[in-house]
Write a protein that binds this ligand. Structure first.
Ligand code: ADP
Length: 260
């Protein structure tokens, strides 16, 4: 993958600008600065390596050179999309999941921000905002997809098992830019339906651990436990507790784990 091959592949769709880096600290940092400086809608920052890739709560996201797809997409929400911005992480997760489904894989979304294959983390999403006073000016959606085996961090740094597309498929049938193209095509399709019930249903269908007992931790608070039931219309997670009451888990820096 290089700038020329990327530009050629992405010429099939309408994106904003494109910034390619052999190596960068974090694509989200570059995209946040570019968004604040007025980047167009659907502008993309993409790198072959991230040296300071971020997960949530400043946890690290590994992107060794040549091994992964790491990019950040800048969104300038229209007035029609503004009421639905809490669905952004779902929009991104569904786009990755749709693209992986096309390569005969069976992805699941670990709410809120990870994509699992065979119960192992294969992709992560980090959504950040640029504010203008009290309004969201733009959103930056960072996506990291483990393509080749080298992208998977050593087991001792992982809090959750991880895998790569190569490990799951045996080999990688498409160049990384083709995988990017199919994610962006799915993203553009789903964004047109961002406010629809269809998006929530498709996202719900993809949830991992549905009907299973999980534990959701938020910071230092007591963990919430229950069976994964579904999603509320804003994308919040609905669990059922032991008494069959609904418990709603809102976004935030929460971590969901299956219970033994
Ligand atoms: P979670 O959603 O599991 O709470 P984050 O979304 O914040 O975690 O992602 C960061 C965590 O993901 C890191 O702490 C690390 O354990 C794990 N991680 C880092 N890089 C990768 C990668 N390339 N593939 C899978 N897991 C990773």
């Amino acid at each position: 993958m290089n700038e020329t091959s990327l530009k050629k592949t992405l010429s099939k769709i309408n994106i904003g600008g494109l910034r390619w880096f052999d190596s960068i600290g974090s694509t989200n940092d570059e995209a946040l600065a570019w968004a604040a400086a007025g980047a167009d809608d659907l502008s993309i920052v993409i790198a072959d390596e991230q040296t300071q890739g971020r997960g949530r709560l400043n946890r690290r996201w590994f992107t060794p050179k040549g091994s992964a797809l790491a990019f950040s997409l800048i969104l300038r929400p229209s007035a029609a999309l503004r009421p639905h911005l809490s669905r952004t992480v779902g929009l991104a997760a569904l786009s990755i999941a749709d693209s992986l489904t096309q390569t005969r894989l069976a992805p699941r979304i670990k709410w809120p921000n990870d994509i699992l294959l065979n119960g192992k983390k294969t992709a992560g999403i980090l959504v950040e905002s640029v504010w203008s006073g009290e309004d969201v000016d733009s959103l930056v959606i960072g996506m990291g997809i483990n393509v080749f085996r080298d992208s998977v961090p050593p087991a001792d740094v992982l809090q959750f098992p991880a895998t790569s597309l190569e490990e799951m498929l045996g080999s990688i049938p498409h160049a990384r830019e083709e995988i990017l193209l199919s994610i962006l095509e799915a993203f553009i399709r789903w964004r047109e339906r961002m406010g629809s019930d269809e998006l929530i249903h498709a996202w719900e269908e993809m949830l991992s651990f549905r009907g299973e007992q999980v534990e959701v931790k938020a910071g230092g608070e007591t963990p919430v436990t229950g069976k994964v039931d579904g999603l509320e219309s804003d994308g919040s997670l609905r669990l059922k507790d032991l008494h069959d009451n609904s418990v709603i888990v809102r976004f935030g820096d929460v971590s969901l784990r299956p219970m033994a």
